[in-house]
Design a protein around this ligand. Structure first.
Ligand SMILES: Cc1cc2nc3c(=O)[nH]c(=O)nc-3n(C[C@H](O)[C@H](O)[C@H](O)COP(=O)(O)O)c2cc1C
Length: 166
């Protein structure tokens, strides 16, 4: 039985191809069952290129970006491991502050409060965001919650962040 990976993506440059080829497909190849959640911007970008359909071929679970209706069943099981990659400066800041104004941040925020759940965040931010006065505080807040954070390489594949998963 495959272990479920909660795989969450935000709207970083390159996500429209590299999320599938450098994260989702390699994770599936390593045996993870993918529970994919996208931020609304990411879902729009991936829908525009037909990439959502290609992602759906990697998992038996719904690729989601919207909350369910009250009374609808939850489409994903509860993963014990989450990878949030690529993560934008925007979504990292919101996650650190506890904001949950979309489905991606809702699942991640819920996971942060659960005992025994591993969360890894791979972010891609420009240097000016890295120097933003609040940024190091956001990373520290996530580290205090046990989150492993990793800056995705500007050059080269994102796949290395999968090695941080248990
Ligand atoms: C083409 C393009 C590439 C972007 N790349 C990044 C990026 O690599 N990292 C980042 O933090 N924001 C990036 N942004 C900005 C985010 O998409 C923007 O802040 C968005 O509101 C984030 O929404 P989300 O975090 O809900 O996905 C990019 C925007 C565009 C239009």
């Amino acid at each position: 039985m495959s272990r479920v990976l909660g795989l969450v993506a935000a709207s970083c440059g390159g996500v429209e191809t590299r999320f599938r080829t450098e994260l989702a497909a390699p994770a599936a190849a390593r045996g993870w069952r993918l529970a994919i959640t996208l931020t609304p911007v990411t879902a729009r970008w991936l829908a525009a290129t037909g990439e959502l359909d290609r992602l759906r071929e990697l998992t038996d679970l719904e690729v989601r970006s919207a909350p369910r209706l009250p009374g609808e069943p939850r489409p994903h099981p509860d993963p014990g491991v989450f990878l949030f990659a690529p993560a934008t400066a925007n979504s990292v800041a919101k996650l650190a502050l506890g904001l949950a104004d979309n489905q991606a941040l809702t699942v991640l925020g819920d996971a942060l409060g659960e005992d025994g759940v591993t969360v890894v965040v791979g972010y891609q931010v420009r240097d000016s965001r890295f120097r933003h006065p609040a940024w190091q505080g956001h990373l520290a807040a996530l580290a205090d919650a046990g989150v492993r954070t990793h800056r995705l390489p500007a050059e080269g594949p994102w796949t290395g962040v999968l090695d941080l998963l248990p």
